[in-house]
Design a protein around this ligand. Structure first.
Ligand code: NAP
Ligand code: G4F
Length: 340
């Protein structure tokens, strides 16, 4: 019988790539979708017709229990979150509820449906993946960052992710659950939300190239990130749940670039000089910035055999090309029609 996976955040960037990967691996894939008429669900169905939908919301404990009871998953991937860092200052409480408490509710749903209580001999058969983030490192204490680097989150989002991370570890230690966190560094693709800097830049370049805009306004150009391709990172999520023992892993490329270098690469991919178009806008700076993030993915390479396959330059070129195609065909990035 096919193994069954339940993915929260199915309508997001990673949910779509993970669903594709698991379908290719022969899984029966279920996605948790919220809302009574969520337009992102119908868009996702066009791309991934074979994904089944279970209704539920990370804010609603009962709905998560019902979803786990209905799907009877072998693996649960908790990707659902408020994931845009600036929004976490504007809606800090909602971020704590979805990105932080949502992890507790999902773990509780698995615990309850598996009949586990304190001191019980039963351990859950369901394997749980938590989407932790390099934002937990925040103001970094060392570079590169490993599984042992201390956390100093710099946003309500980073704090909520740290809560989810420690809680996942705690359920593993308290209840013997197979529960792991992937500490993923920034990963991008043509399906990335338009609010994140890579996609904002690739769309900006495409608009300028096609004569639809004359400038691109950006915030801090000196921030550095370790950017990889989302399609590579979802393979790591799956590999983590196949390991003999439940452990946490850092996933990234080990290479860091600045936003300025991203901008240079993207404009040059379209044959443009970035300095003629980019406007620095201090209103786009954050209350507390994460200056640099750079992964040491050695543990994942040695223990899981995981390696990224797409370089920074290839990623940037892929995103610019995709947005040039999308806009020249009259697509609307807000409708995410860049999805193939
Ligand atoms: P994304 O594109 O922003 O997707 C977020 C998903 O969360 C959407 O499917 C959204 O569904 C869902 N969601 C929001 N509120 C929800 C709620 N109350 N109940 C259930 N689902 C809800 O994020 P992503 O880039 O795919 O990232 C996936 C996960 O990895 C997130 O947890 C993110 O924080 C984490 N992460 C991402 C990166 C990265 O670089 N991409 C790095 C480290 C960690 P709707 O369509 O209903 O809004
Ligand atoms: O693309 P970003 O918004 O991503 P950020 O804040 O690093 O968070 C992403 O990666 C995390 C993993 O490290 C995830 F957990 C999280 O969910 C999300 O996927 O910003 C990247 C950098 C920042 O330093 C920001 O200040 O780009 C800088 N930046 C400069 N100008 C900008 C802009 N960011 C955005 N979004 N928009 C700008 O105009």
């Amino acid at each position: 019988m096919a193994r069954r996976a339940l993915i929260t955040g199915i309508t997001g960037q990673d949910g779509s790539y993970l669903a594709e990967h698991l379908l290719n691996e022969g899984y029966e894939v279920w996605g948790l979708a919220r809302g009574q008429a969520n337009p992102r669900v119908s868009r996702m169905r066009k791309l991934l017709a074979d994904v089944r939908i279970a209704r539920g919301d990370l804010l609603d404990q009962g709905s998560l229990i019902s979803a786990v009871e209905k799907v009877q998953p072998d693996e649960v991937y908790n990707l659902g979150a408020i994931s845009f860092v600036p929004m976490s200052w504007e809606q800090a409480e909602l971020t704590a509820e979805v990105t932080g408490m949502g992890v507790l509710r999902m773990l509780e749903a698995i615990r309850v449906c598996s009949g586990i209580s304190r001191g019980s001999a039963t351990s859950a058969q369901i394997r749980f993946y938590q989407a932790s983030s390099s934002e937990m490192f925040g103001q970094v204490s060392e570079t590169p960052q490993t599984e042992r680097t201390s956390f100093h989150p710099r946003s309500p989002y980073g704090v909520a992710k740290a809560y989810g991370h420690f809680l996942t570890q705690n359920y593993r230690e308290s209840y013997g659950m197979y529960a792991v966190s992937g500490i993923l560094f920034n990963h991008e693709s043509p399906r990335r939300g338009a609010e994140f800097v890579t996609r904002k830049v690739s769309l900006g370049v495409a608009r300028i190239k096609l004569g639809m805009a004359t400038e691109l306004r950006l915030g801090n150009l000196e921030a550095r990130r370790d950017w990889g391709f989302a399609g590579d990172y979802v393979r790591a999520m799956h590999l983590m749940l196949q390991a003999a023992t439940p452990e946490d892993y850092v996933i990234g490329t080990g290479r860091m670039k600045s936003v300025r270098e991203l901008v240079e690469a993207a404009f040059s991919a379209a044959g443009l000089d970035w300095e003629q178009y980019v406007v620095c806008d201090s209103a786009l700076h954050r209350p507390a910035e994460v200056d640099l993030l750079c992964a040491d993915p050695k543990k994942a390479r040695v223990q899981l055999g995981w390696e990224p396959t797409v370089s920074f330059d290839e990623l940037v070129a892929m995103m610019v090309e995709s947005d040039l195609r999308l806009l020249s065909e009259g697509g609307d990035p807000d409708q995410d029609s860049s999805w193939p």
